[in-house]
Design a protein around this ligand. Structure first.
Ligand SMILES: C[S@@+](CC[C@H](N)C(=O)[O-])C[C@H]1O[C@@H](n2cnc3c(N)ncnc32)[C@H](O)[C@@H]1O
Length: 395
């Protein structure tokens, strides 16, 4: 169910806002559990067999699963409702933020002198993957409202509705789970300079500061508006983090500046061409012994055709045009292409800290179960979610 964000930048919800949010969250939960199960049943019991009789073979990848399912009523119901529920997420929070913006501005003003900088880049040209699309059907994308707090507030409250409580009360489950995994698995690794790329409102940046309080943490994003909100939000939460407007494919930092270069849910929103530059930049700004780490949707080559299709649905229907092309890549190969040694690659699956608890992460490390991409729960925002991480050490 929809969490009440637990920080002072959040918009105040009245009873009607709460009810609307609960309804949309509940609808999404019904779609992602019940209707998804119906679609799976339809695939196993009719669509795959129909496809095989027409084509002489079973669907062999996500694109063929998509083709097999498209005529099926279970797929149509699932997809139509999921698109509408996605629009409802943003529509349910837009009016709340419009009403609350004045109060949010005042709240941000009150904390502006607390530690942590926010630097927007005058004249910066926001890349078209951010400005020219309504990314995941979010009206106005990450630049909605220009340089005001609107885009960040809509994203924060919208993600709370979208995530159905599965990302934690401050939407930081990914960051907390990843930071716990890295700090427990690599106990000698003590980063003092950390970069988060494509941070949006910094919800998954803050856990790195909490885990490594001595580190200087810098969060960048191409959209300035979300940084204004993210910085105020971080200050409200007492976290000293710098937020800087910058494109991750042209970092304005000297070589060897960071011990950890992180991103989460970022790579699937950029083109493969941009991603190549981002990895080259990550390699350049990492110190020797540093780690590039990405939390992402797991790659298609590590999943069944159906599970691959299930995650790629967003690419076809949720205004995520780069999603599938990213997921079709081999993660080890793309790290190697950026200069990292093949043996320095790492990947893991980490149980959500909010669902399974911190001890489960330690258990996963101890039993090396974290190396497997579990197809039914990895990367799916549904009960039992686990997060996929990959990256490489720079020698
Ligand atoms: C899905 S959001 C990532 C959210 C967040 N990191 C998380 O953990 O949920 C993707 C973000 O990447 C940003 N972005 C897209 N292209 C970028 C680029 N070239 N450089 C920096 N940020 C970019 C977008 O503005 C957006 O805020």
């Amino acid at each position: 169910m929809i969490p009440q964000l637990n920080h002072e930048m959040r918009p105040t919800l009245n009873t009607e806002d709460m009810a609307r949010g609960q309804f949309v969250s509940g609808l999404r939960s019904f779609i992602l559990h019940d209707l998804a199960a119906d679609m799976r049943y339809a695939y196993d019991n009719r669509a795959a067999a129909d496809f095989a009789s027409q084509h002489g073979h079973a669907p062999k990848d996500g694109a063929e699963v998509h083709k097999a399912l498209r005529p099926d009523p279970a797929f149509k119901v699932y997809s139509a409702l999921r698109v509408e529920a996605q629009r409802m997420v943003w529509n349910s929070v837009g009016p709340v933020v419009a009403r609350e913006l004045y109060k949010l501005n005042k709240a941000a003003e009150q904390v502006k002198d607390r530690p942590g900088q926010v630097k927007l880049a005058p004249g910066f040209e926001v890349p078209r993957n951010v400005s020219a699309l309504d990314v995941h059907l979010m009206p106005g994308s990450y630049t909605r409202g220009g340089d005001t707090l609107e885009a960040g507030a809509v994203y924060d409250q919208g993600l709370a509705v979208f995530s159905m409580g599965l990302m934690g009360e401050n939407l930081d489950d990914i960051g907390l789970s990843m930071a716990r995994y890295i700090s427990r698995k690599f106990r000698d690794f003590k980063p003092t300079a950390i970069l988060d790329m494509g941070c949006t409102i910094g919800h998954n940046t803050l856990p790195w500061k909490q885990t490594y309080p001595q580190a200087k943490v810098t969060a960048i994003d191409a959209a300035g508006s979300v940084l204004l909100y993210g910085s105020a939000r971080a200050k409200m939460l007492g976290q000293d983090v710098d937020f800087v407007q910058m494109s991750a494919d042209a970092l304005d930092f000297p070589d060897q500046s960071f011990d950890l270069v992180f991103s989460s849910m970022f790579l699937h929103e950029i083109s493969n061409k941009t991603r190549e530059k981002v990895f080259a930049e990550a390699y350049r700004v990492l110190k020797p012994g540093g780690l590039m780490l990405h939390m992402e949707l797991p790659p298609n080559d590590q999943m069944s055709a159906f599970d691959g299709f299930y995650l790629d649905w967003d690419s076809w229907y949720n205004e995520e045009p780069f999603y599938k092309a990213f997921r079709d890549q081999d993660t080890r190969t793309i790290c190697k292409a950026a200069g990292f040694g093949a043996d320095d690659y790492l990947q893991f699956v980490v149980p959500s800290i909010g669902i399974y608890g911190a001890d489960a992460i330690d258990d996963a490390i101890a039993h090396e179960e974290s190396q497997k991409v579990d197809q039914s729960t990895t990367g799916r925002l549904a009960e039992g979610v686990q997060w996929f991480g990959f990256g490489a050490w720079k020698r």
